[in-house]
Design a protein. Structure first.
Length: 249
C-alpha cells in the first residue's frame, strides 16, 4: 500500500490546505488544544494530518507530535511549515490510517480532524487509533456529519463526490457512535456544530474542474426546498454543513 487514490489526488493541493481558513481555525481546534494543554502528554498522534493545523496547535503543549498522513506532499508541507514556525517537536510519518506503523499504546492522545471521510475502511482506522492509544489517553475525532434525513444525506454525498472524487463518505452521528463503540472507545463528550462553506474556496481547495463546478451549481439550483433549507444554500452556492467532535477514552 505504498500509494493511494487520495494521496495522488491531494499531492498537488498540499499548500492549499496549509493556507485554508476553514482548516486553520475554528472552535474545534480550540477544543483540541484545550483537551491537550496542561496534561503533560509526551507523544501525540495527529492522524490524517492534512495541512498540519492540529499539529501546530498542540505542539507547544507536548513533547512530540507525530503528523501522519498518506500524502507525501502534505507531509513535506507540514515539515516546512513546522520549521518556519520553530516547532521542532513535530515529526512526520507516511501511513494509512487502517495500518499504522506504531506499537500498541504508543500515544497519550490520538487527534483526528476532517479526514475520516477519506478512509477506505473507517472501522479499521478506528480500531488502529484505539490500538495505538495509551490506557487513560484521550482521542478526539472531528468531521463533517451527514444528516440523518435520508434525502439530505444523499444530496450531501453527491455534492461531496462531485467536488472531490477521493471522497468516501460523511457518516451520520449514529454511524459514528456505533463505530466508535465497536472499536473499543468510551464516549466522554460530543459537540455538534454548524460550519459555513464559502463556495469559491470550497471548490478551489480541491481544484474541482469547471464542468463539475457547473454540475454542483446545477444540482443546488434544482434542490428540493427541504435540501435548500437544511444546507442553507446561498445564491452564490455557499452552504452550511453539520460537523461533530467526539471526545473519547
Amino acid at each position: 500500500m505504498s500509494d493511494s487514490y487520495a494521496a495522488r489526488h491531494y499531492g498537488e493541493r498540499a499548500a492549499d490546505y496549509v493556507s485554508s481558513a476553514v482548516h486553520s481555525a475554528g472552535e474545534d481546534l480550540d477544543e483540541i488544544e484545550q483537551a491537550v494543554a496542561g496534561r503533560g502528554f509526551r507523544r501525540v498522534l495527529d492522524l490524517g494530518c492534512g495541512g498540519g493545523h492540529v499539529s501546530y496547535r498542540v505542539a507547544p503543549h507536548v513533547e512530540q507530535v507525530v503528523a501522519c498522513d498518506v500524502t507525501p506532499d502534505m507531509l513535506d508541507a507540514v515539515r516546512r511549515t513546522a520549521q518556519e514556525r520553530g516547532l521542532s517537536n513535530i515529526a512526520t510519518q507516511q501511513a494509512f490510517a487502517e495500518s499504522l506503523p506504531f506499537e500498541d499504546a504508543s500515544f497519550c492522545a490520538v487527534l483526528c480532524r476532517f479526514t475520516t471521510h477519506h478512509w477506505q475502511d473507517m472501522e479499521q482506522g478506528l480500531r488502529e487509533a484505539r490500538r495505538v492509544l495509551k490506557p487513560g489517553g484521550v482521542a478526539m475525532f472531528i468531521d463533517v456529519a451527514a444528516p440523518s434525513h435520508v434525502l439530505c444525506d444523499s444530496w450531501l454525498q453527491t455534492l461531496e463526490l462531485t467536488r472531490d472524487i477521493s471522497h468516501v463518505r460523511d457518516y451520520t452521528v449514529s454511524e459514528w457512535v456505533s463505530a466508535l463503540g465497536r472499536a473499543g472507545f468510551a464516549m466522554q463528550a460530543m459537540t455538534p456544530r454548524r460550519l459555513r462553506m464559502a463556495f469559491s474556496s470550497w471548490v478551489a481547495r480541491t481544484r474541482t474542474p469547471p464542468e463539475r463546478i457547473q454540475a454542483i451549481r446545477s444540482l443546488q439550483r434544482a434542490a428540493p426546498d427541504d435540501v435548500r433549507a437544511y444546507f442553507e444554500i446561498e445564491d452564490d452556492g455557499s452552504f452550511t454543513l453539520d460537523t461533530v467532535s467526539f471526545v473519547m477514552s
